[in-house]
Design a protein around this ligand. Structure first.
Ligand code: IFM
Length: 405
């Protein structure tokens, strides 16, 4: 596919999701938080209060040099009750899109990023008999109001993470531990992605549609153990590749979220080990392993589609670590580009500090720090480093790998 000339030839930006920055609404996470499932019984509450005054943040994003911004629509705001759509909510999202356009920032919209309206969760979520109709009605409503102004769409964020956390590990709503149900859900999400893809493309053929897929670089805990190696390739196949293989014909680009490598030990079963003893880890307990991104990009080459890194970032209180993380991962992207891998964008996770699901507010992922008491925003030095990298790259000739200092 030729990259459309109406889009920046490389998208530089950052990402967020509605529930994590907007302030709470009536979704399934609200109840999950109320029933004490988040660390220290934290609740997302008003979060960064972004939805009350998005423009100030968007102007800041522009000052930081981004030409793209990824965010999600909160279904529970737009459709607070079945079939009852909220005009003020969709108008607010329209304002966000229009402001981004005025600021020359390309919007990349995610339609589903982990949360469900409470009424939909009560019907059984994606297992409800009418689930598909409800979801596609919501998508159509969003397209009616935003479709003419948005060229880039993500149907579902991290379908495999959503399945594992909610249906296998059980630490996210609905808190189930049922492998068979998880498998079933994945198949439903594959189907839903394909149908959503078709609807968006029928209505707006020039738009580009994909999904954000989480990729982890899995390695056997012991390279000598046949059991560890076998388990690793099984998990790699199911978690990393099955979903995108199945939706190959329904993606205009490959959106990938990469953070870390994980170790597989057959003795531990399906649950990966996040880091070996002694490894330096982030606030999430994740190891920093930029080379894994390069390996993933090499694998993705076979799909022959443009690639967007739709998330990559670090939770840390030490901004030096964030600067190193950013540069080290951009270097891997440049290396992949120099081998003719078609990477068209990078979205740091996250634009702002935000509510990190069951981990609450302690992890600090933002390029922009947020004081949750005063709601003050403070761009970190890493945001300046990123701005300088972006500026340096604006002057590069077409098809040149990105330059990293
Ligand atoms: O915060 C999450 C995001 O919602 C999905 N991808 C991973 C991020 C960091 O855990």
């Amino acid at each position: 596919m030729n990259w459309p000339s109406t889009l920046p030839r490389f998208l530089w930006g950052a990402a967020t999701s509605s529930h994590q920055i907007e302030g709470n609404t009536r979704n399934d996470w609200t109840r999950w938080e109320e029933s004490g499932h988040v660390v220290n019984r934290e609740r997302s509450g008003r979060s960064t209060n972004h939805f009350a005054n998005p423009d100030a943040d968007l102007v800041l994003f522009s000052q930081l040099g981004w030409n793209a911004y990824r965010f999600s629509i909160e279904w529970s705001r737009v459709e607070p009750a079945p079939g009852a759509f909220s005009t003020p909510a969709i108008k607010r999202y329209r304002n966000i899109v229009d402001t981004l356009r005025r600021l020359r920032i390309e919007p990349l919209i995610t339609l589903h990023h982990f949360t469900l309206p409470q009424w939909f969760a009560d019907l059984g979520g994606f297992f409800a008999s009418d689930a598909e109709r409800y979801f596609l009605d919501y998508v159509s409503y969003v397209l009616d109001h935003l479709g003419d102004a948005v060229k880039l769409w993500i149907t579902i964020n991290e379908p495999m993470v959503y399945t594992v956390m909610g249906y296998t590990e059980g630490s996210w709503p609905p808190g189930e531990r049922n492998l068979a149900k998880g498998w079933h859900l994945t198949n439903r999400l594959i189907d839903l992605h394909q149908k959503t893809y078709q609807i968006v493309k029928q209505r707006f053929p020039d738009s580009l549609v994909g999904l954000s897929h989480h990729l982890s670089y899995f390695m056997p805990y012991s390279g000598f153990s046949l059991a560890d190696r076998t388990m690793t390739s099984l998990i790699d196949r199911v978690f990393n590749w099955r979903f995108i293989d199945k939706v190959q014909n329904h993606q205009d680009f490959l959106g990938i979220n990469y953070y870390t490598r994980q170790w597989i030990s057959a003795r531990r079963g399906l649950m990966p080990i996040m880091a070996k003893p002694g490894a330096r880890v982030t606030q999430m307990g994740w190891e920093v392993f930029p080379e894994g991104l390069y390996h993933m990009l090499q694998h993705l080459k076979r799909y022959r589609k443009p690639i967007l890194i739709t998330e990559n970032g670090i939770a840390t209180d030490d901004d030096n670590d964030r600067q190193h993380y950013l540069i080290a991962h951009l270097e891997q992207i440049a290396k992949a580009q120099s081998e003719a891998i078609d990477i068209r964008g990078y979205f740091y996770w996250a634009a702002l500090d935000n509510f990190e699901w069951a981990e609450g507010y302690r992890p600090r992922f933002g390029l922009i720090g947020v004081n949750y008491e005063t709601l003050e925003r403070n761009p970190r030095p890493s945001a300046t480093v990123y701005r300088e990298i972006i500026a340096m790259n604006q002057e590069q000739p077409e098809n040149h790998p990105i330059i990293v200092p």
